[in-house]
Design a protein around this ligand. Sequence first.
Ligand SMILES: Nc1nc(=O)c2c([nH]1)NC[C@@H]1CN(c3ccc(C(=O)N[C@@H](CCC(=O)O)C(=O)O)cc3)CN21
Ligand SMILES: CC(C)C(=O)C(=O)O
Ligand SMILES: [Mg+2]
Length: 294
Amino acid sequence: MTEQRKKKTLLDFYNMKKRDEKVVWITGYSAPQARFCEQAGVDMILIGDSGGMCLLGYDSTIPVTMEEMIVMSKAVRRGAPNTWIIGDMPFMSYQKSNESAVENAGRFIKAGCDSIKLEGGKCVCSQIRAITDAGIVVYAHLGMTPQSSNSFGGYKAQGRTVNSARAIIEDAYAVQEAGAKFLLLEAVPPEISLYLAEQLDIPVYGIGGGMCDGQLLIISDVIGEFQLFTPKFVKKYASIADTIVNAITEYKKDVQNKTFPEDPLHCYHIFKKHKEGIEKLMEELAKKPKKEEK
Ligand SMILES: Nc1nc(=O)c2c([nH]1)NC[C@@H]1CN(c3ccc(C(=O)N[C@@H](CCC(=O)O)C(=O)O)cc3)CN21
Ligand SMILES: CC(C)C(=O)C(=O)O
Ligand SMILES: [Mg+2]
């Protein structure tokens, strides 16, 4: 176990940008995952609405509810008490009105999150301002924003044309102006991320955005647990799915071959002073008619 460390703050992340130290973050959806992340010493953990796909099995992030996000957020906080965590606002929890956006952002903070993230640029600047005015740290998320993937025609990289690049850059200035303390760029060309990391005062992080002030990946991709697709930006560091399937297969074989459980290794023992009594009990029971003869 690593020694207990001090939780980083907003100021630490701003100083890291000044010193060109890269911020490392990853998603987490459960207490064990959060514990692994804290042991590895990541700087921040995002409770992504991607948990709807990677943990809950939905085929997009659209159906994810506030209740599901809060359950995952509390679990991550319990597993990683000393890491800065970000709650990802799910589809329709901030689009409707500033009021409902502030209320839902507040629910994440009450559940133990240090900050929240939402998708969009100019169109959500009034929500970013309202949540920021409530004293909550907001991450803006631009580029390939999965909650609006239908309007992109699927999970398609953004900012690859002049118009799309210009729109992302304008949105980035707008969210900074609205009070966002961080910007995440997903699936955009590195030229855009690098430019914005240099131009903006706030830290600019990437997931599929090339080298900027820090990097995010989805834990299920990093450890090789998610099996449905692999985004181009993913680097896989383990194949945990194979390890898990192998373990379960071995368990199955052991039971079928009668090599598990082993006595005495996996069995409980009768207390010594009750040995005789239980032998007698077994004898008595043996005299009773058998099941079939009932
Ligand atoms: N496990 C997992 N990892 C993720 O990164 C992730 C999720 N789930 N679920 C929500 C979104 C979906 N994401 C994606 C999915 C695909 C690409 C991608 O690289 N798409 C390719 C091919 C798209 C196409 O043309 O069909 C691309 O070039 O854009 C990027 C991000 C990111 N998010
Ligand atoms: C893909 C990342 C940026 C995200 O929003 C999530 O994990 O939900
Ligand atoms: Mg998300």
